[in-house]
Design a protein around this ligand. Structure first.
Ligand code: ADP
Ligand code: MG
Length: 326
């Protein structure tokens, strides 16, 4: 088990990691989300042993992970870290980059493993190309393949899909996480992408100002975010007076509820009367910006709505009502 125990760390005066604790079981995938600057990258680098902590300890199984003061060459052989900026060897081929850490002793196995990984990141045709001649997204795929090549026990991924074209990331993600699951690799992934955070993680940590403010399973986190900061990490969200959505319930006036844009629908009539300001085409639907008594509100709608039109909105009852309880 990976055991992060009460760690704190600062570059200058302000702590970047503030008494952070969590555990990951072998084979678990843990996603770390939070606004930019909240400390996600620093947390991964601390786990990799790149910092001497001010406080706390990190263990993998019974081994303590040591910082540079006690470990001349940072990083442990059982752990791989894919940095936000991937450092590839520019003058040797993609194939050699992926195989960098693999032993030459079993040549055939090595070659097979590289082929398998080239297929996973869809770079078969670039096997003999130098990374210097690849796009940023292609380089990131090489770095990803190299990170998993040795089947580390722990894999630390920092925004691993940030440079990769979105049409490619879905399949790549599925294949990568299938590989990680099959090999029982413990994976900590820092991400600002809600698909990574929700679809492939066993649990999600939410960071803010160097602290873990929530640890939960992805579905709970999405359905009951608890505050606007957390909900906003998953997309646009509205904060609406509860009794505008459910007048019969007599909620106190100051009771508000977070409602995602796809949870609002137009209806014949309701207490939530809004004036449409703009309709943005988003492919499968429109995102509508409207005003309710001067307060902006966003919702999704299957078709265009003309500016200045008045519509009434209702919310998906069960899920949103459940959310009001907390
Ligand atoms: P995230 O990955 O969540 O965007 P980071 O872990 O990169 O956040 O950064 C957390 C905070 O630490 C930020 O305020 C950032 O400016 C600061 N920071 C990161 N690296 C350094 C550094 N090498 N020196 C000083 N401050 C740093
Ligand atoms: Mg970062």
């Amino acid at each position: 088990m990976l055991d992060v125990k009460d760690i704190s760390f600062r570059f200058t005066e302000k702590p970047v990691l503030d008494t952070v604790s969590f555990q990951a079981q072998p084979g678990q995938v843990v996603s770390v989300i939070g606004e930019s600057g909240s400390g996600k990258s620093t947390l991964l680098r601390a786990i990799y042993g790149l910092y001497d902590l001010d406080r706390g300890e990190i263990y993998w199984k019974d081994k303590k992970i040591l910082g540079p003061a006690h470990n001349l060459v940072p990083g442990e052989p059982y752990m791989k870290y894919l940095a936000q900026d991937f450092d590839l060897m520019p003058y040797v081929s993609v194939r050699e980059n992926i195989g960098k850490f693999l032993s030459n002793f079993y040549r055939e196995e090595k070659s097979e493993r590289i082929d398998e990984l080239l297929e996973m990141v869809e770079l078969e045709e670039y096997a003999d190309t130098r990374p210097g001649n690849l796009s940023g997204g292609q380089q990131q795929r090489v770095a990803l393949a190299r990170a998993v090549a040795q089947q580390p026990e722990i894999l630390l991924l920092d925004e691993p899909f940030s440079h990769i074209d979105s049409f490619r990331t879905h399949k790549l993600r599925r294949d990568l996480f299938a590989f990680i699951r099959k090999k029982n690799i413990t994976c900590i992934i820092a991400t600002h992408d809600s698909v990574d955070a929700l679809s492939h993680a066993d649990k999600t940590l939410v960071m803010k100002d160097g602290k873990i403010i929530r640890e939960d399973d992805p579905e709970q986190l999405y359905q009951k975010p608890g505050n606007k900061y957390i909900a906003s990490l998953f997309g646009e969200v509205n904060e609406i007076q509860a009794n505008l959505l459910f007048p019969a319930e007599n909620y106190p006036d100051d009771k508000k509820v977070l409602v995602y844009t796809h949870e609002l629908h137009t209806t014949e009539t309701s207490a939530l009367r809004v004036r449409v300001k703009e309709s943005y085409f988003e492919g499968s639907r429109y995102l509508i910006r409207a005003l309710h008594r001067g307060t902006p509100l966003l919702f999704e709608h299957p078709s265009f709505i003309a500016p200045e039109e008045t519509v009434y909105l209702k919310a998906e009852k069960k899920i949103v009502k459940e959310r009001i309880k907390n």
